[in-house]
Design a protein around this ligand. Structure first.
Ligand SMILES: C[S@@+](CC[C@H](N)C(=O)[O-])C[C@H]1O[C@@H](n2cnc3c(N)ncnc32)[C@H](O)[C@@H]1O
Length: 216
């Protein structure tokens, strides 16, 4: 029970933090070039249609601009899920995109063809990672794909870089990410590194790691 309370507290911290960033228009990730590269990767990594339009879940969709891109590029039916209602994306001209407000670990559905997590897992507490991955896997149909994009650690180990407001930023290694998904029976089908052209105050040049995992 204590763990659930802790989780609710941390989810509040994350919501407050992101509300502040969106509210003050510091959400530099929305519409960033790096997101365009993630979109290209997702389109390349998506499984083929299996008897109808693909069903896609975009975890932590934020303003929903990329959610709409997935709908249009894949002619897919996409749900954008976020703790916050900050959706201000234009309507999809192909496929469909709709927003659902809530916490990923409480989201219920099944038979998704594709799950995308662009910058959400790396803000979760480490003790939730395993449940996070098992939950997402259970949403996928067999043969479904999960694309995850996260901060790539420049120091060859997993490091927490919390913000002053308590929101966690994890820098992950590829090995840790692959092992995490392997525990849920998911295997790598594609991977890439995306330069953020951003130098951390500690002097590191940072990248995103983007990996596609398939559910057997
Ligand atoms: C770095 S932003 C990325 C937004 C979007 N994917 C993009 O690239 O434009 C992370 C988003 O995840 C959302 N988020 C964080 N934890 C979440 C959770 N447990 N369930 C649903 N959304 C969550 C935040 O509110 C935030 O909008």
């Amino acid at each position: 029970m204590r763990m659930r309370d802790d989780y609710a507290d941390y989810r509040e911290t994350v919501s407050r933090s992101f509300a502040d960033w969106y509210g003050s228009e510091r959400d530099s990730w929305t519409g960033a070039d790096t997101n365009d590269r993630v979109t290209e990767f997702v389109v390349r990594s998506a499984p083929p249609e299996a008897g109808g339009p693909r069903r896609v879940l975009d975890i932590g969709c934020g303003r929903g601009h990329q959610t709409v891109q997935f709908a249009e590029r894949l002619a897919a039916d996409v749900i954008g899920l976020d703790l916050l209602d900050v959706w201000d994306a234009p309507a999809a001209r192909r496929g469909s995109a709709r927003m659902c407000r809530g916490d990923f670990l409480s989201f219920r559905d099944s038979s998704m063809d594709l799950v995308v997590d662009n910058g959400c897992l790396h803000h979760q507490r480490r003790e939730e990672w395993s449940a996070w991955v098992r939950h997402g896997r259970a949403l996928l149909r067999p043969g479904g794909v999960w694309v995850v994009s996260c901060f790539l650690s420049p120091v060859a180990e997993v490091v927490a870089r919390p913000l002053p407001d308590g929101r966690l930023n994890w820098w992950l290694t590829e090995q840790a990410l692959v092992e995490l998904f392997a525990t849920a029976g998911m295997t790598v089908t594609n991977r890439d590194e995306i330069d953020r052209h951003f130098r951390h105050r500690d002097g590191y040049w940072l990248k995103y790691l983007v990996v596609a995992f398939s559910r057997e």
